[in-house]
Design a protein around this ligand. Structure first.
Ligand SMILES: NC(=O)c1ccc[n+]([C@@H]2O[C@H](COP(=O)([O-])OP(=O)(O)OC[C@H]3O[C@@H](n4cnc5c(N)ncnc54)[C@H](OP(=O)(O)O)[C@@H]3O)[C@@H](O)[C@H]2O)c1
Length: 241
């Protein structure tokens, strides 16, 4: 079965961080860029984040724009994409907006040995799926494909991005750079160290860039499945911002 088209999306500081280490989450982007992300969500069948992002951000991960929601419904899709996360610890709060917001499916992947424990904790609010001794992103995308997901948006954090990139499972990266420094070594980075496929001898392809207010968006083609002209064009975004 063909794996979903995978887009990694995040906003990082000039020094490569996704957030600060302070108790309150740091907003990296601006309103126009959040609107771009909303469009990307509206075009996806599923949105995935890591368990730390669920714990830290309590993300709703719902399409916000009314017109976008209506267009999805008119196309016979759920109002917002399936929400997906992955955990080994099972430490996920069932009252997080990730689980409570929106009448859409929520899927939690975990190692099979942890299945009973994770089901006991959040089985009431999500479909919990055991995926072998250790969850790999290859198994996640295969399982999502079997559930009909053709387009997956991965919204971080860094541990999740790292696995998709190292395992060469991403087709596209949309990286927004915010005009600020974080400067804290304990803060989460865009990616962790790893054997990334893109190196000095295999450079990634920069497909597009645009300015969105005070943020710069860079769009990289990471596979030959990259959909250059489909859906949200970065050129259109610069015209809008
Ligand atoms: N600026 C942005 O665009 C953006 C976007 C998203 C997130 N963020 C920020 O990024 C930070 C979180 O990033 P992060 O890198 O620390 O964490 P993360 O990627 O959000 O989540 C990591 C956690 O996910 C679970 N996990 C990941 N891979 C797994 C696997 N293969 N098997 C089982 N469980 C797995 C583990 O959860 P357990 O510990 O439960 O086992 C792991 O600790 C937050 O501060 C958030 O605000 C920023």
């Amino acid at each position: 079965m063909k794996r979903p088209y995978v887009i990694l999306s995040c906003a990082m500081s000039l020094d490569g961080y996704l957030d600060s280490a302070a108790p309150r989450k740091l907003a990296m982007s601006n309103a126009a860029d959040f609107d771009r992300v909303d469009q990307l969500r509206a075009e996806s069948d599923a949105i995935m984040v890591g368990a730390s992002t669920v714990r830290r951000d309590c993300p709703r991960l719902m399409v916000r724009g009314d017109e976008r929601r209506l267009l999805r419904l008119a196309a016979g899709k759920p109002v917002s994409p399936i929400k997906v996360t992955v955990t080994a610890s099972g430490d996920l709060p069932p009252d997080s907006a990730f689980f409570t917001e929106g009448d859409v499916e929520k899927i939690v992947y975990c190692p099979t040995p942890s299945l009973d424990r994770v089901r006991n904790r959040i089985g009431r609010v999500a479909t919990v799926v055991g995926l072998g001794a250790k969850v790999t992103m290859a198994d996640v995308v295969e399982d999502l494909a079997a559930r009909g997901v053709q387009r997956l948006m991965v919204e971080g954090g860094g541990k999740l991005h790292t696995q998709f990139l190292v395992d060469d499972l991403a087709d596209e990266l949309q990286l927004a750079i915010a005009p600020l420094f974080v400067g804290e070594s304990r803060a989460p980075r865009f990616v962790e160290p790893g054997p990334f496929p893109w190196t000095a001898s295999r450079r990634a392809t920069l497909a597009d860039t645009c300015r969105i207010g005070d943020v710069v968006l860079m769009r990289y083609a990471l596979s030959d499945r990259f959909q250059a002209d489909e859906r949200t064009s970065v050129g259109e975004l610069s015209a809008r911002s």
